[in-house]
Design a protein around this ligand. Structure first.
Ligand code: ATP
Ligand code: LTN
Length: 335
């Protein structure tokens, strides 16, 4: 008999436009892992509304994100692609997990502190509860592995704590998931402030390359990227964060190792280097954009993928939820 594959879970929020940080830190890895694991890839729209969203835009971005997943090479025949809000078990499990999660733990989360500072007028319960919903996402599918960027490590650690806590309090129920963090590209930094992560909701649009940027924009942003007063292209994130960030981007976009990339620019100036980085990014992004556009013209196909995805996700999620309800003592009729 064929051995059962391990389960992989990941998601991205349909907020703002995605950056190459999201691509490199998340979606690109998903493609590489999809044949090895049983994969669930969600569009985390319930997480998205923890900060203010324009409803029509949120709806539109949901479909755009699905098309982007597929355009990047995620195969809907091989993976379960679905929208989080279409599977009610997420909210239901999150409620139960809330009762074994402490307020103090949530207040300590770096992302909560960051987002509270950035959205001081809207520090809502959802923003604080975000990691619990994320734990529910992952635990519902009994995921073994979760590939994410380094910024999500703290959320993954709390997911593991919550899983262990539930298993100890009741009885073994959840698989305790491991994070997968790639070394190169786990944190793509802002082009204008290379000490910060490149983020889709950053303040300076020149700091981020968006998945939808045209070639001229990509080249311009790379050209303007902050470097240093030296002239040597060398990988040293501590003393040369800007150059090292561009080197990471170049290396992941071309598939070359860091050593190869550094050697290629030996003796070359920053101007040539930045141009080459821009070209490498455009070479990857332009075909993805064309494919995304083609897919978006076929709504029936995309809706079909989502309907199938939601059904498949629900089948798995419901089993876990029903186990949880039994363990905590929720009356479930004669089931
Ligand atoms: P926001 O700025 O709106 O909070 P974000 O850019 O951090 O969003 P998310 O939707 O929170 O994007 O993240 C989606 C995935 O992309 C996560 O796995 C996250 O770790 C990864 N990711 C986001 N930014 C980067 C980055 N700069 N480098 C590497 N991975 C990243
Ligand atoms: N919070 C994540 C998105 C996300 C996620 C998940 C990632 C929601 N649910 C489950 C992995 C597993 C982020 O990347 N900002």
């Amino acid at each position: 008999m064929e051995e059962k594959k391990k389960v992989l879970y990941s998601a991205v929020q349909p907020t703002n436009n995605l950056t190459i940080g999201n691509y490199v830190g998340a979606i690109r890895n998903w493609v590489q892992l999809q044949s090895e694991y049983d994969c669930y890839y969600a569009i985390a729209n319930m997480h998205a509304i923890t900060v203010k969203q324009e409803p029509a835009l949120l709806r539109q971005r949901t479909l755009e994100l699905l098309a982007l997943y597929i355009a990047c090479g995620v195969d809907p025949e091989q993976c379960v692609l679905y929208v989080q809000s279409q599977v009610p078990c997420h909210a239901e499990l999150a409620w139960v997990l809330n009762t074994i999660t402490y307020v103090g733990e949530m207040e300590r989360m770096t992302q909560f502190k960051d987002k509270s500072a950035r959205h001081a007028e809207n520090i809502n319960m959802g923003l604080m509860d975000y990691p619990v919903l994320m734990a529910a996402d992952i635990l519902l599918y009994q995921a073994d592995v979760v590939p994410v960027g380094l910024d999500q490590r703290q959320h993954l650690e709390i997911t593991r704590d919550i899983a262990v806590r539930f298993n100890n309090r009741y009885s073994p129920t959840f698989t305790v998931p491991e994070g997968i963090y790639r070394k190169v590209g786990a944190k793509i930094c802002d082009l204008q402030d290379p000490t910060k992560k490149m983020s889709k909701s950053g303040e300076d649009p020149n700091g981020a390359i968006f998945m939808g940027d045209d070639k001229d924009t990509i080249l311009r942003k790379c050209k303007r990227a902050v470097t240093d007063s030296e002239t040597e292209v060398r990988y040293d994130p501590d003393t040369k964060p800007g150059v090292s960030n561009l080197l990471s981007i170049y290396s992941v976009m071309t598939g070359k190792t860091m050593d190869e990339s550094v050697r290629e620019f030996a003796g070359k100036g920053y101007g040539d280097f930045k141009l080459a980085v821009g070209e490498a990014v455009a070479d990857v992004l332009i075909p993805i954009q064309q494919e995304q556009k083609r897919l978006l013209a076929d709504k029936a196909y995309l809706n079909g993928v989502l309907n199938r995805g939601a059904e498949a996700a629900f089948r798995t999620a419901r089993k876990t939820l029903s186990k949880v309800y039994r363990k905590v003592g929720f009356y479930q009729g004669d089931k």
